[in-house]
Design a binder for this molecule. Structure first.
Ligand SMILES: C[S@@+](CC[C@H](N)C(=O)[O-])C[C@H]1O[C@@H](n2cnc3c(N)ncnc32)[C@H](O)[C@@H]1O
Length: 308
């Protein structure tokens, strides 16, 4: 047992307990803006710490993480260094209890597979929880396209919301397989779901050629990525993605667009989206849940634009 937990961490946990039931399989952000050095997400049995400090975590910091995880009812913990490792690729960038490589946890009534051996996230970005639920409420009888689908969180919600069809597109075969496994875990693949390994802009071009249209498109691109089809740079390529989406969106269709890109605030992001899609009407999205409350600019920028 280490020294007492930092007061900000104790207060953060107490605040979460006022708003949420924290039981073994739930997912929740436990530390958001409470400590500038670290964020923490609870994914059921494991607490995942994102370390942003300029120095490496000390043994006291690591002991706090262990105790904080136990206080949140999680048996395992893991910490990942989020800043650049500089010149030394061998430098330690991960700490934790006995590793578990794969486990499951819930968001609402959906179960997700999590993995500790696959990048800087275990498989779900919790800040999109309300937006996933929004997709679920909009999906009924609609044709839904999820570009940049990752592990399929939006797609699962569209399927559960009784979409007519759900198409997931990602350049990574392993994450598409992961999405399919999430569908199977929830008994959701009923033959109206497709999983395509493709570059988003190429996929949109292909749909346009085949006159394939959608009613709801989810577009949550990374700030930067590299694939066999070349580099994707949000600053450069957002406009092309949105114009390609416009071509395959049915009248009165909607685009849910989001980003964590740090160089743009919500106003700038909205301005760019609206200038790529003139005539589209902005639709309100629900507010983020209290575990993502912040006094500053929210990192996640999200908006919905509806085609006239
Ligand atoms: C920011 S995440 C998307 C998160 C996802 N929308 C979610 O809700 O969890 C980035 C994903 O986009 C994929 N990706 C990156 N560049 C891509 C591209 N040019 N076309 C299609 N997928 C891409 C990555 O493989 C990764 O799975």
């Amino acid at each position: 047992m280490s020294n007492a937990l930092p007061p900000a961490w104790q207060a953060a946990l107490a605040k979460r307990k006022q708003h949420f039931t924290i039981d073994s399989p739930t997912t929740l952000r436990l530390l958001h803006d409470e400590d500038p050095q670290v964020r923490c997400d609870r994914f059921g049995t494991l607490c995942w710490f994102y370390w942003y400090g300029s120095a490496l975590p000390t043994s006291v910091d690591l002991a706090h993480m262990e105790d904080f995880s136990a206080a949140a009812g999680s048996s395992y913990w893991l910490a990942r260094l989020m800043r650049d490792r500089g010149q030394d690729p061998q430098a330690i960038s991960s700490w934790g209890s006995t590793q578990i490589e794969q486990w499951t946890a819930h968001e609402d009534d959906l179960e997700y597979i999590f993995r500790s051996d696959h990048g800087l996230s275990p498989g779900l970005f919790l800040d999109q929880r309300q937006n996933r639920l929004w997709v679920r409420t909009q999906a009924k009888s609609r044709r839904v396209l999820n570009l940049f689908s990752y592990t399929g969180g939006f797609s699962l919600n569209a399927a559960l919301g009784q979409a007519q069809e759900v198409v997931s597109v990602d350049t990574s075969r392993p994450t598409l397989n992961w999405s399919e496994a999430n569908f199977e875990l929830n008994g959701l693949n009923k033959g109206n779901c497709e999983f395509w390994k493709a570059e988003a802009r190429n996929f949109l071009r292909g749909c346009n050629k085949r006159d394939r249209t959608f009613d709801l498109v989810i577009c949550d691109p990374p700030s930067f990525s590299r694939s066999r089809d070349g580099a994707f740079k949000l600053e450069r390529d957002l406009e092309e993605v949105l114009q390609g989406t416009d071509r395959i969106l049915a009248p009165r269709g909607q685009i849910l667009l989001s980003t964590n890109f740090e160089k743009w605030n919500a106003e700038e992001f909205t301005r760019r989206a609206q200038s790529a899609l003139p005539g589209y009407i902005k639709v309100e999205l629900p507010q983020p849940d209290p575990d993502f409350a912040t006094d500053g600019e929210p990192q996640l920028k999200a908006l919905v634009l509806a085609k006239p």
